[in-house]
Design a protein around this ligand. Sequence first.
Ligand code: PMV
Length: 310
Amino acid sequence: MIASAPAKIILTGEHAVVYGQPAIALPVSSLRARVEIEPSKDGFRLLVHDLRQTVHYVQHTTKDALVSPLQRVISLTLDAVNRPLPEVTMHLRSDIPIASGLGSGAAIATAVSRGIAAAVGVTLDSDSLNQIVFEAEKFHHGTPSGVDNTVIVYERPVYFIRGKPIENIKIAVPFYLVIADTGQPSPTRLSVADVRELVNNEPDHYGTVVERIGSITVAARALIERGDLIGLGKALNQNHIYLRDLTVSSEELDYLVEAALEAGALGAKLSGGGRGGNMIALTTHEHAVEIAEKLQTAGATRVIITEISQ
Ligand code: PMV
């Protein structure tokens, strides 16, 4: 038995989404967290192979004693399905780099929750699963907007506004994104806290930046729905400039963004929490491989090409 969940990228609107502005997020289905489940004779174990760790869980552990996000996921899932802990060994493996803005934490939580539900013979509905993964995200991020868990659980392009029902996006013309990793970790909790300080201390300036990023997302949605990739590229470039203003870019991210544009990308920006992690470059099928190669030459530690279509 296998359960899984995809990675994600944020196309536009990261950070501003924390303040009620919209964001567009897309699943990256080729990168996944997977849980394999096998029966066990000696109770429950979750083996986290990439970290060489074992997560144990004792039924009836009081909630205060649940220390790790994965234990929290297990506990919330058992509550939601109303079943005892299954006697299984779960093997967790993930292709998604950790702390790089690709939603590794939310994807792992989603795969584990689906795996527990499958092991007790229940299919969790997406709304309940989304709630569980959101709770787990609070462990990683403190005050997450909910965009990561939503795009990962529903695995479709979303136009997301905090606290509002998800809106779907119609992708008129398929496009390609080259996702390139700086190799530096992206400390989302820290960058979100730093942006909060800026917005609190200088609301006139940074409040306006946040609103302008929101307007870019509104425009980006219309451009995607019209199939205007040139316009979308310009919107991504502008979004990156505002993210720099919010101090969440880095030398490495700026360098890769420049390299992508020089290689002919229609637009490029950092994606996710920033300060490290990944950037994305918008392109078409014909130019994707060339841009990926240029980004690798420019120092990207990992490059992924993904097609975005309906
Ligand atoms: O998890 P990351 O690094 O993709 O960042 C999530 C996006 C933020 O807007 C920076 C934070 C949030 O909670 O939405």
